[in-house]
Design a binder for this molecule. Structure first.
Ligand code: ME8
Length: 649
């Protein structure tokens, strides 16, 4: 099966932002999933460079339009690379391969009488690159509810495209093909719009000369929207390129709701006039709005530098957040606080912690080796059934352009896996030698479920398989979607590694006030490779003390006997530790980094002569030592067989 998916080609009048990134990331996830299904995928994105607004922005930057767009296009390409976008081609409308197809089509439409010369007298909104008649203006301004800016009066010789001639045919097509415009609400809007009557469209301009020249009348440049839409076939080598024959018609044009009209009225009419099949589906997703309510857009000045966000949080968490946050057909809300919240809860806690805690148990209970599983109980059967259901649901939702619903289904599996740990309680099985086979089954299921999670996450967060691979012995298990429904794939005997948490927790306050306030993008700032989001300053070294001072601190080895969460305190664990004959209670702020059962049996270091302190009503008799920096913490342990009470110095 072939699968051709496109994003809009973006105006390079400013650097890409989170809103622009959403469409590209969503299309990328869809393309990746289809590739994993074995489809022959072509995924196209690019830039729409022949707009009047580009000329204006370049002028105000004191640059010629070519130099200006070249710089911004590089920013797009860099961002797509950092976000691991897997596009097969990147089309720029200033490329010769595109211009020649536009000219060929313009000439053909003119020769067959669909384009004619006349004079345009009316209004033009440059930010929207749209013509408006006087009666459509609202208070004399652009009627687009997201724009409302000044329009300009144009009176110039122009070529016109006979849209009106195709009105009935288009309406019938839309009515007969309910899949064509999605979601249904946008389809209904478009039907109403077309029923209101289509006017012929002005398709050339003479008052500036940036753009593709009309070949038989070079004082005209082709109207930017006619030029731009043609990218979807020029990139494939229309009319006789191999890719055109193989991939057209597109399976999906994924776009924002702002440009549905161009894609479902102008574009299909051009295709009808050329006698070319229409794309299967045009999906108009919602917008990302800022917390204050407006659409995230450069002109509103509410965009945050995407490069800086990637540097702080990494590419996968941003991909996950955007895909998860935009419910099908609705607008989504973006804020950095919400991004951090999702990262910490869904990625660090639900997914990352499941992986670390289960692998830690394989390390502990089976000497880091994947055991051979024994027979399944109902618990394993249920988990296995769920993985194949979730795989099917995610696939179906992605075909319906709904990544949020796909991720929701996958996270049901993540939750079920976490519940499985509690239900099977391997720390109890490990205490009873007669339960060895059962323990092996549970440990095996952990490892194989992590492999499955790697597959399910791969289209959405391509970095996840890369992170999991070395933990599961380096095997290449993540390229085939169907394998998410198959179990018992990891060979017993494979040596696993606990490794580092794949998504360390992040504390937004790790960034200074100044950094948090940074908005906007500037060409000067080069993108930086994603790195761990936390860049701790080394804490100042404390005042010097003497060896006698240090000797006052009594550090001892103790063994954790029991560990449990402290009610209504997210961060606290209550531990019971053995210190020689004595059992002490310690309250420790490590609950976000350890499941209680992970600590039981560990030999840790206690500050034994610390004055007792009451925390949440519990008297803590000392403090255990841990290394910590933002996002990660490790309790210090001793590995040799020390008796409890042994001195640390
Ligand atoms: O319209 N939320 O380019 P453009 C979600 N060149 N998506 C958003 C968004 C937001 N806040 N802001 C932008 C053009 N987008 C034309 C397209 S195609 C032949 C020509 C996304 O740079 C969304 O996909 O203004 C929207 O449709 C697109 O960026 C507009 O990009």
């Amino acid at each position: 099966m072939k699968y051709y998916i496109t994003t809009p080609i973006y105006y390079p009048n400013s650097s890409p932002h989170i809103g622009t990134a959403y469409t590209t990331i969503a299309a990328d996830a869809m393309a990746r999933l289809r590739r994993m299904k074995g489809d022959d995928v072509f995924f196209l994105t690019g830039t729409d460079e022949n707009a009047q607004k580009i000329v204006r922005t370049a002028e105000s930057a004191g640059l010629d339009p070519h130099t200006y767009v070249d710089g911004i296009v590089e920013r797009f390409k860099e961002l797509w690379k950092l976000l691991q976008i897997s596009n097969d081609d990147f089309i720029r409308t200033t490329e010769e391969r595109h211009a020649k197809v536009v000219q060929q089509i313009f000439t053909k439409l003119y020769e067959q009488g669909d384009i004619y010369k006349s004079e345009y007298e009316g209004w033009y909104c440059t930010p929207c690159e749209t013509f408006w008649t006087e009666n459509k203006l609202v208070d004399g301004k652009c009627p687009n509810p997201d724009c409302g800016r000044e329009v300009e009066l144009l009176k110039e010789e122009s070529y016109f495209f006979r849209m009106s001639k195709y009105q009935d045919r288009l309406l019938k097509y839309i009515q007969d093909h309910p899949e064509f415009i999605q979601p249904a609400s946008r389809r209904n809007e478009m039907i109403k719009f077309i029923e209101g009557g289509l006017e012929d469209l002005c398709v050339s301009r003479t008052t500036f000369n940036w753009g593709i020249k009309v070949p038989f009348d070079p004082k005209h440049v082709v109207y930017v929207w006619l030029d731009a839409l043609i990218n979807y076939i020029s990139a494939l080598g229309y009319p006789d390129g191999e890719n055109y024959k193989k991939y057209w018609p597109a399976n999906v044009h994924l776009i924002g709701k702002d440009i549905v009209r161009f894609h479902t009225v102008i574009w299909p009419i051009v295709l009808m006039a050329l006698d070319i099949p229409l794309p299967e589906k045009v999906f108009g997703h919602g917008w990302f709005l800022s917390k204050e309510g407006g659409k995230i857009s450069k002109s509103r000045g509410n965009v945050q530098d995407s490069f800086e966000l990637i540097r702080r949080y990494g590419s996968d968490p941003i991909r996950y957040f955007l895909l998860r946050e935009m419910q099908a057909g609705m607008d989504g809300t973006y804020s950095e606080d919400d991004l951090v919240e999702r990262l910490n809860s869904d990625l660090a806690n639900d997914l990352g912690n499941y992986i670390s805690r289960t692998l830690a148990m394989v390390v502990k209970y089976n000497d880091s080796k994947v055991p051979s599983p024994g027979p399944d109980t109902d618990l394993e059967k249920e988990l296995k059934e769920l993985s194949s259901q979730v795989m099917a649901t995610a696939e179906e939702k992605m075909l319906a352009c709904d990544p949020a619903a796909a991720l929701e289904a996958i996270w049901q599996f993540v939750s079920r896996c976490n519940k499985y740990v509690d239900e099977t309680a391997p720390w109890n099985l490990a205490k009873d030698p007669s339960q060895r086979e059962r323990l092996n089954t549970v440990l095996y299921t952990f490892v194989d479920s992590i492999r499955i999670l790697g597959i399910l996450c791969a289209p959405f967060m391509p970095g996840v398989p890369e992170k999991i691979k070395p933990l599961l012995g380096g095997g290449d298990y993540y390229g085939d979607w169907e394998q998410a429904a198959k179990w018992n794939i990891i060979p017993p005997g494979t040596v696993i590694e606990k490794g580092q948490p794949i998504f360390p927790r992040v504390d937004i306050s790790a960034f200074t006030e100044e950094e948090q306030g940074s908005t906007g993008t500037s060409q000067g700032e080069g993108p930086q490779a994603p790195e761990k989001a936390v860049t701790p300053q080394i804490a100042p070294i404390k005042e010097e003390i003497s060896i006698e001072d240090f000797a006052k601190i009594d550090l001892r080895v103790v063994k954790v006997l029991k560990a449990e969460k402290v009610e209504k305190a997210d961060k606290l664990l209550k531990l019971e530790v053995q210190l020689g004959e004595e059992v002490r209670t310690i309250v420790s702020g490590i609950a976000q980094y350890y499941a209680p059962e992970e600590l039981v049996g560990k030999k840790v270091i206690l500050v034994a002569n610390l004055k007792p302190a009451k925390l949440r009503g519990i008297v803590s008799q000392g403090m255990i030592l841990a290394a910590s920096e933002e996002g990660t913490l490790e309790v210090l342990t001793v590995q040799k067989e020390f008796s409890t009470g042994a001195i640390v110095k």
